[in-house]
Design a protein around this ligand. Structure first.
Ligand code: ZN
Length: 178
């Protein structure tokens, strides 16, 4: 594996996201990823991508993130957190990422060739970062016992329902009693 890829994979998405939450949320339950982007001089714009199922793009040269204008607010919030994941985890090793729906659904790396595997792992890390930023373990655990449906949890956290389901599954695998 190329050294640059190894470097990318040494990053700790949960740890970095946790530190950012401590810096930006203080007493607020709901973190606004726009504030993090603004603080780091990243411009966030909505764009009509026309072709393909693109959710978000981040470009290092212009310090810009583009989000799919057709997506729901909650999806845009998650897409923004995902692109920030690339910013904090995968720059300066790469100059740009174009992220499609398929990358947001990466769960494993079986049956992929080496190039696809590297890209899939990078996307997994960006997703893990986004979930850690918007759905921290302790808050999800608390809400799970307060909210009556997963849809209410999704509203509360401001993310798509499938992202909450994914996080809950991940936490169960880690031994949380949910
Ligand atoms: Zn991505």
């Amino acid at each position: 594996m190329e050294p640059i890829i190894e470097e990318m994979l040494m990053a700790n998405p949960e740890g970095i996201a946790h530190r950012l939450r401590l810096t930006y949320t203080r007493s607020n339950f709901l973190l606004n990823p726009l504030r993090i982007a603004e603080y780091h001089g990243i411009t966030v714009k909505a764009a009509d991508f026309h072709k393909g199922d693109i959710k978000g793009i981040i470009k290092k040269d212009d310090s810009c993130i583009f989000l799919n204008d057709r997506d729901s607010l909650n999806q845009k919030r998650f897409s923004l957190a995902h692109e920030l994941g690339h910013y904090f985890l995968h720059f300066p090793q790469s100059d740009a990422f174009i992220c499609t729906q398929a990358f947001f659904e990466v769960n494993g790396i079986h049956d992929l060739n080496d190039d696809e595997k590297v890209r899939a792992i990078v996307e997994l890390y960006a997703n893990r970062f986004a979930m850690a930023l918007l759905l921290p373990f302790d808050e999800v655990y608390r809400e799970w016992h307060l909210a009556d449906t997963i849809e209410h949890m999704a509203d509360r956290f401001g993310v798509p329902v499938q992202i909450v389901s994914h996080r809950v599954c991940e936490m169960r695998n880690l031994g949380f009693s949910l």
